[in-house]
Ligand binder design. Structure first.
Ligand SMILES: NC(=O)C1=CN([C@@H]2O[C@H](COP(=O)(O)OP(=O)(O)OC[C@H]3O[C@@H](n4cnc5c(N)ncnc54)[C@H](OP(=O)(O)O)[C@@H]3O)[C@@H](O)[C@H]2O)C=CC1
Ligand SMILES: O=C([O-])CC(=O)C(=O)O
Length: 271
């Protein structure tokens, strides 16, 4: 059975661990870690059958087949290279870290050298299958428009740097427009999906991102528009935010769970 170690015991990490614990994912949860020890304790208290050890990544990677990152972009720098050196496969949620081309190349090389796989779930978006198919030929443009209730953007470096008072936003307001390369740095906990789209499509510089704060919303909306030699499509998802972290949509947790279930399934459906 697949043995899993997980870094980041917050919203997504807890959903994944519960899904392993209740058998939705056929795997063994061997180890968990979070820099916030209260989150570790909270997570442990929700598990009924699994008894993961709490251990740091250097120890964890000696005991697992697959490391799951659901922590932060900085954690990708800290833990993924060690995991690959130790011949572990990895699943990454904080995909925005890959806007750093050097990191992306290093991880790809390490994965090849150590015969490991790097899994990047679709996360909080829909339509990645179409984008991947379209990228076999010419794509002319890709645009992501993300709308969140203002509290779903709280704490982002761009909001802090520009002293944007989210409480004063009373109508639909465009907060940011620019390439995905800038968006994932300005909003590292809000639009990792822009990175996943960039990697599947036309890259971080050509992928356009618009971020809108909309106080009329209770959901996180992601719209992707793609034009290419295949024709054009637009996808739109209205995501329920996770109760414990309004920045992260619940679909992101479900997508992580689906990716892990796929690993145990001999039949692979979809592009
Ligand atoms: N690909 C996608 O579609 C999506 C990706 N995400 C991303 O997935 C990641 C997890 O999301 P979510 O579960 O909602 O986040 P949470 O904030 O709920 O949980 C993350 C946990 O990881 C901890 N953590 C952060 N950095 C490190 C580190 N370097 N080492 C150890 N622990 C660390 C945090 O601690 P502390 O509280 O101290 O920061 C926190 O306890 C985030 O980066 C998020 O932006 C989210 C939604 C969609
Ligand atoms: O969950 C979402 O709606 C998207 C998100 O936070 C991210 O991509 O980082």
């Amino acid at each position: 059975m697949l043995s899993i170690g997980l870094i980041g015991c917050g919203t997504i990490g807890t959903s994944i661990c519960k899904a392993i614990d209740d058998g939705t994912i056929e795997a063994e949860l061997v180890a968990i870690y979070d820099r916030n020890l209260d989150d570790v304790d909270k997570l442990l208290s929700t598990l009924k059958r699994s008894k993961p050890q709490v251990m740091e990544v250097t120890e964890m990677v000696k005991n697992i087949d697959l490391l799951v990152e659901c922590a932060s972009q900085e954690a990708v720098y800290e833990i993924i290279p060690s995991a690959l050196h130790a011949h572990c496969d990895v699943m990454i949620m904080s995909v925005g870290a890959f806007s750093d081309e050097k990191l992306y190349k290093t991880i790809k090389e390490l994965a090849k050298e150590n015969k490991c796989k790097v899994y990047l779930p679709s996360g909080a978006i829909v339509g990645l299958d179409g984008l991947k198919s379209a990228s076999a030929e010419k794509i002319y443009s890709v645009t992501l428009t993300t709308q969140k209730p203002p509290r779903g953007l709280a704490g982002a470096p761009y909001i802090i740097r520009n002293k944007i008072d989210l409480d004063k936003i009373t109508g639909k307001t465009v907060i940011f427009e620019g390439p995905a390369s800038e968006a994932v740095k300005a909003f590292p906990a809000n639009v990792n999906v822009a990175a996943t789209i960039s990697l599947a499509g036309i890259g971080f510089e050509k992928t356009k991102v618009k971020i809108v704060a909309n106080p009329a919303l209770t959901r996180n909306i992601h719209e992707i528009s793609v034009e290419g030699s295949f024709g054009e499509f637009t996808t739109r998802v209205e995501n329920v935010p996770s109760p414990s972290n309004p920045k992260s949509s619940y679909l992101a947790s479900l997508s992580a769970i689906a990716t892990l279930r796929k690993l145990a399934d001999p039949i692979q459906t979809g592009t």
